[in-house]
Design a protein around this ligand. Structure first.
Ligand SMILES: C[S@@+](CC[C@H](N)C(=O)[O-])C[C@H]1O[C@@H](n2cnc3c(N)ncnc32)[C@H](O)[C@@H]1O
Length: 192
C-alpha cells in the first residue's frame, strides 16, 4: 500500500528543498558504509549522492514505476552501477532482503506512514548489529511549502519513540537541515 501523502511534486521543485550532500554529511554516511537500503527513493535525490560515497550496494525501493525509472535513468547518466533499483511495496512486503546484511538505512520523508513501528522493525531486521537508521522529515513547527498534514507529520521526539519501540538506540542529536527539514540517526545495538 502506497504510504499516505507520499506523492511527489515536479523534480526541480522537490530538489530545491534539499542540499543532499550536506544532509548525508550531517547524518554520517561515509565510505566506511558498504551496503545501504533506501525506503522510497523517489527521484533519487539522495540515492545518487549516497551511492557515490559508499563502498557497496545501495538497495533502492519504490512502489511507483515512474519514480523508479526516473531515478534509474539518472543513475545511468551519473555512471553509478552500484544501485539496485527494485519496484516493491515495502509496506506490504518488506524489503525481501536477508536479515542483518545492511550497514545504513535511509528513511527520508516517509515516516508519516500508517504503521511506522512496523516499518522500523523491518529496517531493524535488515540492519547489521551496529548499523545506522537515518531519518529525515519535514519540520513540524515551521511554515513549510509542502509536507504531509501536521496531524500525521511526526516530530523528532515521535520518530525517536517509534524507533526505540522497534529496538533502536539514539546515536547523536537531532540535526537542523535548513530550510525545512530535520534529521536524526539511531543505531541497532550490537549486543555481542
Ligand atoms: C515523499 S517521497 C520521498 C522520496 C525520497 N525518500 C526523498 O526524500 O527524496 C516518498 C516516496 O516513497 C514511495 N512510496 C510510498 N509508499 C511506498 C511503498 N509502500 N513502497 C515503496 N515505496 C513507496 C513514493 O512512491 C515516493 O517516491
Amino acid at each position: 500500500m502506497k504510504v499516505r501523502e507520499s506523492g511527489m511534486p515536479a523534480q526541480d521543485q522537490w530538489e530545491a528543498f534539499f542540499d543532499p550532500e550536506q544532509i548525508l554529511d550531517e547524518l554520517g554516511l561515509t565510505s566506511a558504509c558498504a551496503d545501504v537500503i533506501e525506503f522510497g527513493c523517489g527521484y533519487g535525490t539522495f540515492t545518487l549522492p549516497a551511492a557515490a560515497r559508499i563502498s557497496g550496494t545501495l538497495h533502492a525501493f519504490d512502489v511507483e514505476p515512474e519514480m523508479l525509472a526516473a531515478a534509474a535513468a539518472r543513475a545511468v547518466e551519473c555512471r553509478l552501477p552500484n544501485i539496485k533499483f527494485t519496484l516493491r511495496d515495502f509496506v506490504a512486503n518488506g524489503s525481501g532482503l536477508p536479515d542483518s546484511g545492511i550497514d545504513y538505512a535511509m528513511v527520508f520523508n516517509i515516516l508519516h506512514c500508517e504503521r511506522p513501528v512496523e516499518l522500523l522493525r523491518e529496517i531493524w531486521r535488515n540492519l547489521a548489529a551496529g548499523g545506522t537508521l537515518a531519518i529525515v522529515h519535514w519540520n513540524h513547527d515551521d511554515e513549510t511549502p509542502r509536507g504531509p498534514p501536521l496531524a500525521i507529520r511526526p516530530r523528532p521526539e515521535q520518530c525517536s519513540q517509534w524507533a526505540e519501540a522497534a529496538g533502536f538506540v539514539p546515536a547523536g542529536t537531532v540535526r537542523n537541515l535548513p530550510p525545512h527539514h530535520y534529521g536524526m540517526t539511531l543505531r541497532k545495538p550490537d549486543l555481542g
